[in-house]
Ligand binder design. Sequence first.
Ligand SMILES: [Zn+2]
Length: 262
Amino acid sequence: MIVDTHGIALRITPYSETSRIVSWLTPDHGRIATLAKGALRPKSLFLGQFDLFQTCELLYYFRDDREVFTLKECCPLTPRTRFRAHWAGAACASYLADLVGRLCPSRSPHPDVFEELEFALDLAATGNSPKAVLLSFELRLLAILGLAPQLRMCVTCRRKPPEGNGRFFFSVSRGGLLCGDCAARQSESAPGMPPDILGIMNFWLKAGDVRSAQRARCNREQLLAIQRLTGLLMEYHLDLKPDSRNLALEIIGKATELSTGR
Ligand SMILES: [Zn+2]
């Protein structure tokens, strides 16, 4: 059976000297792997037809008993060529592709993740605020996977900020807010949740998509606080602490230093 679909190229690995295995995220078939036979041969029909982080139209031969399908045809729909010049954006894209590859099982439909990843890659390719794109995408991906942190009220007594003594904390193990009184009663130490961080994270979660999430203006300290919280959340609930995240954040940090002279 030939399947005609769209896919975002998450990963390209050598299979032989001239053939490549391309891992894609598709809206209806989830994550799939295809073999582009002879992709690097001088007369190959695949030459220049796919690259990392591009959205392509692809035709492949589906077989139920295979893990890797043979790619028949491919052509780029959204080439995102600006990644070649914006290395901080490319580092962001590289991490997002790795994250989606780890969290989206193969062959299960993920139209909402596909759409969010498309928007996030478009944003990252512009080179603007790659760190905010990275962090807001992480949070929204957690929400799509049913792991959104509870940020509206205390997970124990259901008081809403700024009720109680006005101070709120974040419980990593319970995945949500704790009011000052409930935080004082539990043994686990919980990082503080200042109102501005809470406001940004709630805005990101409630925004229609990752593009509208970028309307929140965040400073460096706010992004750093959110980076810590989402990192702890992913580590605790998904057992995920990928090197690609640290690497992307480091590269983005260096790029920001260079551009701002800080
Ligand atoms: Zn409480």
